[in-house]
Design a protein around this ligand. Structure first.
Ligand code: C5P
Length: 255
């Protein structure tokens, strides 16, 4: 069996002010966290300067902008993201192959890795059905969510992207790993991570750390269970997640 690298914990900095985000980063960096995710809220407010601040602190940055536009516009945005020094950037797979290929081309010669977003982990139920119907599916005959996630991931793989964002349940049966990836070790980044005591919040497709690791996740994105924990402090919550990932790695790398 191929030896895997230890999965990385990425903290979602879904904070409403730059000051709050900086305080959280300082707290969690001291607790051993190395990766942070800058999403739409923080980026819209604090922009590339905040990404550079994180890089200056020695952190790795997942810029979660979920780009979705015409190929030329997305290609330009990816070039701009390269300049920030971010390590990972998301684009929507549903933008299609031309958009994904243009985006990927903009990363050439840089360290930025693109991740295709398949189906949002918060997206399910009636919302999902309404969109499928808008795209032409007959009511009561919408395609299974998992099948759509795999088809969208296939577009990412065939367009040369190095990885995707997907739910733990989309990853667990190995279909995503078996796509025709053009890279040696594709990245599988899973949000919607919850331990049994954590609230699901608005996530509809959740999985535990152990489930994510067993499914083959390379990066686990955790937000509210660490940034707004129910009982522990934020540092304690982060350390618990880091410990569980490390223990899971020790078990899988010896099995
Ligand atoms: O607080 P929580 O752990 O639910 O945060 C999950 C993070 O992952 C959020 O920042 C959300 O935007 C992001 N995300 C997601 N589902 C995706 C892609 C990103 O939940 N498919």
């Amino acid at each position: 069996m191929q030896k895997r690298d230890m999965a990385q914990l990425i903290i979602a900095l879904d904070q409403s002010s730059q000051e709050q985000a900086r305080a959280l980063v300082d707290e969690l960096t001291a607790a051993g966290v190395r990766w942070f995710k800058v999403g739409l809220e923080l980026y819209t407010q604090s922009g590339p300067a905040f990404v550079r601040h994180l890089k200056d602190q020695g952190a790795s940055v997942f810029l979660d902008l979920k780009l979705y536009d015409i190929p030329n516009t997305v290609a330009g945005a990816v070039k701009a993201a390269v300049q920030t020094g971010a390590d990972l950037l998301t684009v929507h797979c549903s933008g299609g192959p031309a958009m994904l290929e243009a985006a990927q081309k903009s990363t050439l010669g840089s360290n930025l890795k693109l991740l295709g977003v398949t189906v949002l982990t918060s997206f399910g139920g009636q919302d999902y059905e309404s969109v499928c119907e808008a795209w032409g599916a007959r009511p009561n005959a919408v395609p299974p969510r998992n099948a759509v996630a795999i088809s969208l991931a296939r577009l990412a793989a065939e367009s040369g992207l190095p990885g995707i964002v997907c739910s733990v349940s989309d990853l667990h049966d190995g279909q995503l790993q078996r796509l025709s990836w053009k890279v040696h070790r594709p990245l599988f980044v899973t949000p919607g991570i919850r331990e049994s005591a954590d609230a699901a919040n608005d996530q509809k497709s959740i999985g535990t750390v152990d489930q994510a690791l067993a499914a083959g996740a390379t990066h686990l994105v955790v937000g509210r269970p660490i940034t707004a924990p129910a009982s522990d402090s934020r540092v304690e919550a982060a350390q618990k997640f880091l410990r569980t990932i490390k223990e899971g790695y020790v078990v899988t790398s010896h099995s």
